[in-house]
Design a protein around this ligand. Structure first.
Ligand code: FAD
Length: 406
């Protein structure tokens, strides 16, 4: 057994990458998780395709992140190219989609996670599922609630990779925040990110179109645009482009108490082209038929127009064309925190040194979504979790090496 051991608490991508880094640096590693099995959120992320990173110009890639510049340095050191090589070393080829999204070739997370856990155990990691970390005892040892009762561990260094505060049923419940605050570590309140938003839909919209995807559109908030689709829900809007614009919508809600999403239903046509089609004689056709035949607007798109026009579409072609190019959807509040794909807030960057060690707790490092940063979906979240996991693992290994050389 190695002379120096580190505890990694949390078995998401950040914790597992920290463990891998520590093992590669010759340290012994115990990995703890509260859940009966490891990496549950990672598995959930892979349910409809594990978008693990994003292949695009490195400067554009880095511009997606909100947080401290240290985060950008870490992602620069372990970004899309490194993740592709890392997957290949696990025997899993990468597939890059048309928009640059990087996935494991078989799309799911489970083969990747299985292979990763085997490799970690082969390298000496000891896995401790069903170990809920409860803080430290008076002697400074880690305390866990485990099947056999309360157990303690006194590692030479600790990496906390406890995740954010959404999808609690997968293990990331944010209950660690008061434990760190009690030790004087600054935290920022959690907030939803990459989340849905509530909209005060009419009963017709809720009943007929909840679950409907709105495709081939362009959306914008305060000048920030995306061409992805979104989904109408019973209570509002979610997925794809909504997540991309969620930071802008959250900013709007925070500043003005409401925010407006503008949906361009015909992003490849300008107003004069739409007007020309609208002004074609429509004979006895209803407006709905005219819109469907001349512009292909029907179903959920027509419903969105009606919703915005409160049921009475403008007669004037230019006014209607302008509405088609910018259908306003007023969002009133974010969907509940627990439903968010990721959360902002957590450990404040000021509480961490350059190596992601908590200034108030020497020998304790943090990684992943539990740190206060934000990024859109599209592979940026897992990339940053792995990058900070690697940085925290290296930080802990450096710290242990320095301690042993004194
Ligand atoms: C539905 C969904 C889809 C997603 N899709 C994508 C995607 O395609 N691409 C992408 O980049 N991101 C995606 N994400 C986000 C991504 O999964 C997370 O950002 C990422 O898993 C966070 O990694 P982490 O290691 O920081 O924390 P987590 O993966 O949340 O892991 C934290 C671990 O800590 C454990 N833990 C917490 N508290 C304790 C405690 N007290 N004691 C012991 N253990 C504890 C938890 O059980 C958990 O296993 C998705 C998220 C969701 C919910």
């Amino acid at each position: 057994m190695n002379a120096q051991r580190a505890a990694v608490i949390g078995s998401g991508p950040a914790g597992l990458m920290a463990a891998e880094t520590l093992l590669a640096r010759g340290m012994g590693v115990d990995i703890y998780d509260a859940m009966p099995s490891f990496g549950r959120k990672f598995l959930m992320a892979g349910k409809s395709g594990l978008n693990i990173s994003h292949a695009e110009d490195p400067d554009v890639f880095l511009s997606r992140y909100r947080g401290d510049t240290r985060l950008q340095e870490m992602v620069r050191a372990f970004g899309a190219a490194e993740i592709v090589s890392w997957m290949e070393a696990l025997g899993i080829a990468a597939h890059t989609g048309p928009t640059g999204r990087v996935f494991p070739e078989m799309m799911k997370a489970s083969p990747l996670l299985r292979g990763w856990l085997v490799r970690l155990q082969d390298a000496g990691a000891v896995l401790h599922p069903k170990h809920r970390w409860q803080g430290w005892n008076a002697d400074g040892a880690l305390v866990f609630d485990a099947p056999e009762g309360s157990v303690t561990a006194a590692p030479d260094a600790t990496v906390l990779a406890l995740g954010g505060a959404s999808w609690k049923r997968l293990g990331s419940d944010g209950a660690w925040a008061p434990l760190l605050e009690a030790k004087g570590a600054e935290t920022v309140p959690f907030g939803p990110s990459n989340c849905g938003f509530l909209v005060d839909w009419s009963a017709h919209m809720r009943e007929k179109f909840a679950g409907a995807p709105v495709k081939s559109i362009c959306m914008s908030v305060d000048g920030q645009e995306t061409r992805s689709e979104f989904v109408i829900t019973q209570r509002g809007v979610e997925s794809g482009g909504i997540y991309t614009l969620s930071a802008a919508l959250v900013d709007g809600l925070r500043r003005h108490g409401a925010a407006t999403l503008l949906v361009d239903l015909l992003p490849d046509m300008d107003v004069p082209a739409i007007v020309a089609k609208l002004e074609r004689p429509r004979g006895k056709q209803s407006m709905a038929n005219h819109l469907r035949k001349s512009l292909g607007i029907s179903g959920v798109k027509l419903a969105l127009l009606h919703e915005a026009a409160r049921g009475v579409l403008p007669d004037h072609a230019v006014t209607l064309a302008r509405l088609i190019k910018a259908v306003p959807i007023k969002v009133t509040v974010t969907a509940p925190l627990d439903e968010a794909i990721s959360t902002t807030g957590g450990v404040a960057w000021d509480a961490l040194d350059e190596a992601l060690m908590l200034r108030q707790l020497p020998g304790v490092f943090c990684a992943g979504e539990m740190i206060d940063w934000d990024a859109p979906t599209g592979g940026y979240l897992i990339t940053a979790c792995m990058a900070t996991g690697q940085a925290a693992g290296n930080g802990a290994a450096d710290w242990l090496q320095t301690a042993s050389s004194l």
